[in-house]
Write a protein that binds this ligand. Structure first.
Ligand code: SF4
Length: 660
């Protein structure tokens, strides 16, 4: 026979805490009592009776002044506390923190004028205590049918006894939604109960027999029993090992064991031990023994964390408004949504998921009993460490703009930091709203860690940009060199040239370097925004000057002339300049040839302008090309004679042809 123990079974954190509070009272010199059963388990009550801690039904039953009274985990109404104080009793409050939270909620709802409805069992001590905390002004409904019967009102506050079924609670909540203009619903069902139920149901589906251990008066034990039975598996509710009957185990291959939240470990162990007597499969039983021993060892080794401790825990449940964390030793803590993250989120599910290991700070443990945890504070400590280091080293950090406030931006940098408006950009910023939701790199320019007044972190984006500009400048001057060919954008056009942007730095392209041909104004060949290729022809890093040439990348027109023409050719050119000794005629863009005054006409020419004018197109004969001196000599006169002669020859050739 195989024995399997549910993942979650036995003492919950609240019961364990009550147990420890009572254990602590055992050695005290005073006489101690518990008001009612400390927890809903007879064996636990008996255990403490043997140690001298007696249960009493009311404060009046305690005769000796100066005695101590332990308020049970289910809580008590406030008047009982007053009565105990009045009688001069020492009080130890073992009310489960989750139950205490319900007391606070009903008290708040009562103050704010809500009609309070409690989902629970009216006779249960927990519900009786809750009623006391709202001056008995609440109505108690046991199920959805009763919730449907609630009469309409203006505003209703609805919450549950901790050990109720969540599905039933939500059904009843739905029934209330149409009963008032405003319905506030607080899901106060304890996850320990639900986890035990879920684990028990899971196990029930894998076994032939389920044993549920717990007190028959315990609400959560009874719910566990019902849930297991509902899966269809044979289920027995037992209070201790002695109640197990041999015939139940006959022919059973796998037995599942679970226990209510008020069932102590030693009773679970007794049950497992008893069943071990039936062992048919030693190996598997040994496994259960080992796992039980591990469980016990885990509990024994667990040192409860103290306020201010940073501990690791595993997320076991995520609700919209809180996260339950297993912090070891079968203890669970709660991280409320407000303590989860510095970011604005609607649900805890946006931040963590079940199974995540997270670091948390213990905010409260025993003061009011809960293990209240904060992930946000651990994150903030780490973020402040990181920011402090960045401040000391001058290193950069990343942050996302979360809000715009008077005078600057609020940035999520792990903690909320401030960026003054003057540090957002290098220049003036008109509309800060444009930055919201965007992530940038910042430099920490002020850092003050203060616990009392809150830490102050001031960031600058402007300094990052200035640093980046300086870095790029250095990079530019280190990499730029004469002879490089670069692409650039024409930024500005002036009379004497154009400034061209090369990776953020401007170089001058002088008008004379635009082309081989004569350019009157740079705007004749360029416009702002053009992307052009240029050659770096001079670099002066000290003065921060770079000279560029576009001409250097164009084909030399002299080469075109040499390739294209030879002496004797008659070509067309344009008169571009006059001199007393002749005219200059452009034969190719950028190449002018000289037609000496003696070569301008067959008669004697006084002045060149008597023959041609600037801009006139003329036919010229190439007399010579001096490749070395890059000179070309031309003749208008010879061009005209050659043309005349050619025409006569052609005429004569035609005449000859006709005579034949
Ligand atoms: S079951 Fe939940 S509410 Fe009840 S005592 Fe345990 S931890 Fe507290």
């Amino acid at each position: 026979m195989q024995i399997r123990l549910a993942d979650k079974a036995g003492f919950c954190a609240g019961v364990r805490r009550a147990f420890e509070i009572a254990e602590d009272a055992v050695d005290k010199p005073e006489k101690w009592y518990t008001l009612g059963s400390l927890v809903h388990n007879r064996q636990v009550v008996e255990y403490f009776k043997e140690k001298g801690i007696m249960p009493v039904e009311s404060i009046e039953d305690i005769a000796e002044e100066g005695s101590g009274v332990i308020l049970r985990s289910h809580g008590v109404p406030p008047e009982v506390v007053k009565q105990a104080r009045k009688k001069g009793l020492i009080i130890k409050d073992a009310t489960c923190p989750l139950v205490k939270r319900i007391h606070d909620l009903v008290s708040m709802l009562e103050n704010e004028g809500y009609d309070i409805v409690i989902f629970g069992d009216i006779n249960h001590p927990e519900v009786q205590a809750i009623l006391g905390w709202c001056k008995y002004k609440a109505r108690v409904v046991a199920d959805t049918d009763e919730a449907k019967k609630i009469e309409g009102s203006k505003k209703i506050g609805f919450l549950s006894q901790t050990t109720k079924d969540e599905f039933e609670f939500l059904k009843a909540a739905e029934a209330l939604l149409s009963k008032a203009y405003e319905v506030r619903i607080f899901n106060t069902i304890c996850s320990a109960t639900r986890q035990r139920q879920e684990a028990a149901v899971r196990l029930s589906q894998q076994v032939d027999l389920m044993l549920v251990i717990g007190d028959k008066n315990s609400s959560n034990t009874n719910t566990l029993f019902e849930e297991c039975k509902n899966t269809g598996v044979k289920t027995y509710l037992i209070q201790n090992a002695a109640e197990i009957k041999d015939e139940w185990l006959k022919g059973v291959a796998v037995v599942g064991v679970t226990a209510g939240a008020s069932t102590p470990d030693w009773i679970i162990k007794e049950v497992v031990d008893k069943m071990a007597a039936y062992k048919e499969n030693n190996k598997q039983e040994q496994g259960v023994e080992e796992s039980f021993a591990r469980l016990e060892a885990e509990i024994a080794d667990f040192i409860p964390p103290e306020r201010g401790d940073i501990i690791k825990g595993v997320v076991v449940e995520v609700r919209d408004n809180e996260v339950m964390v297993d912090v070891g030793g079968k203890s669970e803590g709660v991280v409320p949504l407000r303590e989860l993250t510095v970011k604005e989120v609607n649900s805890a599910r946006e931040v963590v998921k079940v199974g995540d290991t997270i670091e948390v700070l213990v905010l409260r443990w025993d003061d009011d009993g809960t293990i209240l945890l904060s992930k946000k504070k651990v994150d903030a400590i780490k973020a402040l460490d990181h920011l402090e280091e960045a401040y000391r080293k001058g290193s950069l950090i990343e942050g996302t703009v979360i809000d715009v406030v008077k005078g600057g931006l609020l940035v999520d940098a792990g903690v909320v930091a401030f960026v003054p408006a003057s540090h957002v950009e290098e220049g003036y910023v008109k509309n800060l709203d444009e930055y919201k939701g965007k992530t940038f790199t910042f430099k920490v320019i002020e850092f003050n860690r203060s616990k009392r007044r809150g830490s102050q972190v001031v960031l600058s984006r402007k300094e990052v940009m200035a640093q980046e500009r300086e870095r790029r400048k250095q990079e530019f001057w280190n990499s730029i060199a004469e002879g490089q060919i670069k692409k650039g954008i024409v930024k500005r056009i002036l009379d004497y040239g154009a400034f061209v942007d090369l990776d953020g730095f401007e170089g001058l392209l002088h008008v004379s370097e635009l082309d081989y041909k004569r350019i009157e104004h740079p705007a004749d060949v360029l416009k702002e925004g053009d992307e052009i290729e240029v050659k770096v022809i001079a670099v002066d890093s000290e003065k921060g000057r770079v000279s560029l040439s576009r001409k250097a990348l164009l084909k030399n027109p002299w080469e075109i002339v040499v390739e294209k023409y030879k002496p004797g050719d008659i070509i067309e050119g344009t008169v571009v300049r006059m001199a007393p000794f002749g005219v200059f005629i452009e034969v190719e863009p950028g190449v002018d040839g000289l037609c000496h005054i003696s070569q301008m006409a067959n008669h004697r020419v006084e002045k060149p302008e008597h023959v041609v004018k600037i801009g006139e197109k003329v036919r010229v004969k190439i007399l010579g090309i001096d490749n070395e001196e890059k000179r070309i000599s031309l003749s208008i006169k010879e061009a005209l004679s050659d043309i005349d002669r050619r025409e006569v020859e052609e005429y004569l050739a035609k005449q000859g042809g006709n005579n034949e």
